[in-house]
Design a protein around this ligand. Sequence first.
Ligand code: HEC
Ligand code: HEC
Ligand code: HEC
Ligand code: HEC
Ligand code: HEC
Ligand code: HEC
Ligand code: HEC
Ligand code: HEC
Length: 422
Amino acid sequence: MTNGELRHFQTRESLHMLRAMKLAAILAAFLALCHTAVFAAGKSAPIPLQPDKVPALDHAQFVGAEKCATCHQQYFDGWKTTTHSKMVQRPSDKTIVADFTADSPHHPALADVKWVVGSRWKQRFLVEVNGEEVVFPGQWSVKEKKWQPYTAKSDWWWADHQDWKGRSNFQLCAGCHSTGLDLKTQKWAELNISCESCHGAGKKHSETSAIADIVNPSRLTRQRSMDVCLACHAAGKPHGEQKDYAWPVGYTPGDDLGKYWKAFAPEGKQTPEFWPGGTAHKNRVQGNTFVQSVMHDNALQCSNCHDMHNGQHTAMTVKSAATNALCLTCHGPGQAQKLAEPLLADHTHHAATSKGSICIECHMAKTGENSVAAEARNHTFNVVPPAETVKNGTTNSCNICHKEQTTEWALAKFAEWYPKKK
Ligand code: HEC
Ligand code: HEC
Ligand code: HEC
Ligand code: HEC
Ligand code: HEC
Ligand code: HEC
Ligand code: HEC
Ligand code: HEC
């Protein structure tokens, strides 16, 4: 990509992105003032989860996406193009990407599949055992196009749920794959990650159209707004001793997630979630890794880069990351956060047109396991230097493409190119 092309991208900002930028600039300016306040504000005491004491959720307050669509058609149509609207589906030729004709012990009989879960990285299947929906212990890897065992051994609850027939979808999964899941009735208000997962129950708003009657994350503090996403995108567990519920029971959008959820943090050693340095070791740790980033320190949040009502670009990014357009919105020439080097190739040491000049390939290297290792993108935004591989085996940002080269090779090139980087 030439510098001219970089400028070209800048002239094509969407309205959304301009708003995001203004927000980022304003927030950055206030950072010095707000930093302490943002983190100190409303740190409520954790509430240990006692399932029998959780109040019932009033499903009459939920109206469903179709109702929202009557006044917000565009948002509805956009959301329909995102994977949030397709997480849990009935089995059909259209929804199943797995190959049930393959001979494997890792899939159930097709006729036994009640629900299909996921589609982009892997597919798992819900079957019924003794009248309860449970997760079958096998999965289809989309990348490798093959069946694999699904052991759940890296999940914190594994020790207490070793028999897969006791792995209740309702207890261990559905809280993050549906909207308004109620503990008392074991029913969801709506399947999938629908409007009211992020905007809260909307009956009253649907009657009044009043802003005050609906949660708009962009009007919440940055932390509360991010909490909406972290409720599902931060690996963690409910507070307290119970071992049966794996989702933030009791949390509703706008509330302080910390009351219901203990997000895991890096421990300086290898854990299922993190490489020793804090880099993503699995999927679904976007929240846990983003909070370690310089951009998080500078008041950015998920919605600066992701649009929940637009699945046009991979992973709902507001602009394409594959062309660098997303990152250059703020880091392009002339922008407040422009790179120190005027030419892209001087920053990346690869030809501007090379894959090695795509920001996310170095800054969001696929260090995390999803259905296979090195598939999920790291959200610390740090380039993982080859020195990390030497130190503790972390997948680094160079050998992930240069697989045929040794770590030592990458180490030497890296030191030559980026002498200042410790
Ligand atoms: C009867 C029409 C109607 C229905 C149904 C409706 N809305 Fe709205 N909504 C509006 C109107 C009108 C506004 C703009 C209000 C204003 O600007 O004063 C709005 C504003 C919003 C906003 C922005 C609020 C803000 O702070 O600016 C959100 C978010 C929202 N609606 C979400 C939803 C969701 C989610 C649903 C379904 C649960 C829904 N709406 C159902 C009419 C509706
Ligand atoms: C705390 C919330 C949470 C819980 C609990 C949870 N998930 Fe998920 N799940 C997510 C999120 C968020 C993603 C997307 C994350 C990513 O791609 O990194 C996801 C992704 C997935 C995917 C991959 C989707 C795709 O398109 O490839 C599958 C399959 C899946 N989950 C199945 C399960 C099953 C089965 C359980 C229960 C044993 C479960 N999940 C429990 C939040 C959760
Ligand atoms: C996964 C979370 C999520 C889902 C699902 C979701 N939204 Fe949103 N919505 C958001 C966030 C975050 C914002 C604030 C975006 C921003 O900061 O610009 C928002 C903003 C809005 C707004 C206000 C836009 C403005 O101008 O301020 C409307 C209206 C809205 N959503 C409607 C809907 C409707 C209708 C649905 C379902 C069809 C839906 N949303 C589904 C997260 C979500
Ligand atoms: C109720 C749980 C839940 C909430 C709340 C939620 N997500 Fe998700 N998110 C998921 C699940 C589950 C998936 C996997 C969907 C699939 O693969 O079908 C996912 C997938 C995604 C993806 C990847 C989409 C793709 O196509 O690969 C992005 C990006 C994302 N979410 C961002 C967000 C952001 C940003 C927020 C907050 C505004 C948010 N999510 C709120 C559960 C949630
Ligand atoms: C909405 C604006 C915005 C977008 C979009 C954005 N950034 Fe940033 N970025 C910032 C701000 C603000 C900072 C903080 C700069 C500072 O240190 O003062 C930052 C800092 C960084 C840093 C840390 C720099 C350091 O000092 O260590 C990296 C790396 C980075 N961004 C990479 C990216 C990548 C990669 C993308 C695309 C996926 C991206 N950014 C998209 C605004 C943005
Ligand atoms: C080939 C790998 C690679 C690619 C591709 C890459 N970077 Fe970097 N970037 C680095 C390294 C390594 C550093 C640390 C440099 C140091 O500390 O001396 C860095 C530093 C940064 C910084 C902080 C310091 C600075 O120079 O301002 C920002 C911001 C940044 N990169 C953004 C981007 C953006 C935006 C893109 C895409 C346009 C990009 N990077 C592409 C490797 C890369
Ligand atoms: C500075 C921009 C930026 C921020 C902030 C950001 N993301 Fe991302 N995210 C990306 C990009 C870029 C991708 C990869 C897009 C692609 O593959 O083209 C991505 C990918 C994802 C995915 C798909 C999983 C994967 O491995 O590719 C999920 C889920 C996700 N982000 C969730 C979140 C959540 C939740 C937050 C807030 C905690 C967040 N992101 C903050 C830029 C960002
Ligand atoms: C997204 C994939 C990708 C990433 C990440 C990447 N490279 Fe490259 N690299 C390439 C490609 C493709 C070429 C071939 C020439 C070109 O397109 O520039 C290349 C060429 C090179 C070359 C010159 C040719 C050779 O093999 O001697 C060196 C040296 C190099 N890369 C080092 C690095 C280092 C060091 C890093 C980490 C900072 C890195 N690369 C990250 C894809 C990548």
